[in-house]
Design a protein around this ligand. Structure first.
Ligand code: SAM
Length: 249
């Protein structure tokens, strides 16, 4: 099965229609800012968003922090720049990039789910640590863990926007499935139902994603140089574990 992530390449134009930057992302970003303020040993002014995608989190954090975003996808970075012309965006792979500067805070949101083996997962947290000042805070929120994964969960989400000229009705249908619970991966399959002036076009996407137990998250975060504070984020229908991790070494 391929792992092209069309939502971040040829179908990236659909991304602004998936979720509302000024609504659900705003609520989450207030939580993130609160954790940084609570745990940082110095007031935080700069933030690195690793896997920033289309920049919806950046949109909600840039009033509080001077934000730099890094992502693997040029198409997503182009959207992030359009939404946030005052912020800085850099192309990079979270397993390997080094910007030769450090920040007061780092956010790793849903993009960490694309780390599909332990070696990549650890490498991503080493990248986060390498970009944090001592006493700075990494906030990371697992989308799912082994404990919260729901086999065959399927969610249909109508788009919140109708395209640039009000011409599109789009529905995102997302299914998660773990064919082999013994490994560290699961599959996300997405159907995009795109009606352009009523005429239906169906596109598909298929992603391999990483799945680790909470104890692995805790251990890897400790081993990559963090003091780990664990809390919960209530997103309405779902509740997530959030790690606020202070860089100690
Ligand atoms: C769902 S999007 C993130 C959206 C983002 N939270 C926002 O605020 O708009 C997931 C992103 O992870 C990025 N990604 C996947 N693997 C990556 C990697 N190895 N390094 C950096 N970014 C990666 C994808 O390119 C994609 O833009």
């Amino acid at each position: 099965m391929d792992n092209a992530c069309r939502l971040y390449t040829d179908l990236a134009w659909l991304w602004p229609m998936w979720g509302d930057a000024a609504d659900e992302y705003a609520h989450y970003c207030r939580h993130v800012s609160g954790l940084i303020e609570l745990h940082a040993t110095h007031p935080a002014a700069t933030l690195l968003d690793i896997g920033c995608g289309g920049g919806k989190n950046v949109f909600n954090l840039k009033a509080t922090f001077s934000v730099t975003g890094v992502d693997l996808s040029p198409a997503m970075l182009a959207q992030a720049s359009l939404l946030n012309p005052e912020s800085t965006f850099v192309l990079g792979d979270m397993r390997t990039f080094r910007l030769d500067r450090t920040f007061d805070a780092v956010l790793m949101d849903d993009a960490i789910s694309y780390m599909t083996c332990l070696a990549d997962f650890e490498a991503a947290f080493r990248t986060a640590s390498a970009h944090l000042n001592s006493g700075g805070v990494l906030v990371v929120t697992p989308d799912v863990t082994v404990e919260t994964f729901q086999q065959n969960r399927t969610i249909a989400t109508p788009a919140t926007r109708k395209g640039p000229r009000d011409e599109l009705d789009v529905v995102f249908i997302e299914n998660v499935y773990d064919p082999d619970p013994a490994d560290e991966q699961y599959e996300t399959t997405v159907l995009y139902l795109i009606r352009d002036h009523g005429r239906l076009r169906i596109e598909t996407d298929h992603w391999t994603m990483g799945l680790f137990p909470l104890d692995t998250w805790r251990r890897v975060l400790r081993e990559t140089g963090f003091e780990v504070h664990e809390g919960q984020y209530d997103a309405g229908e779902d509740e997530y574990t959030v790690f606020a991790c202070v860089k100690t070494s």
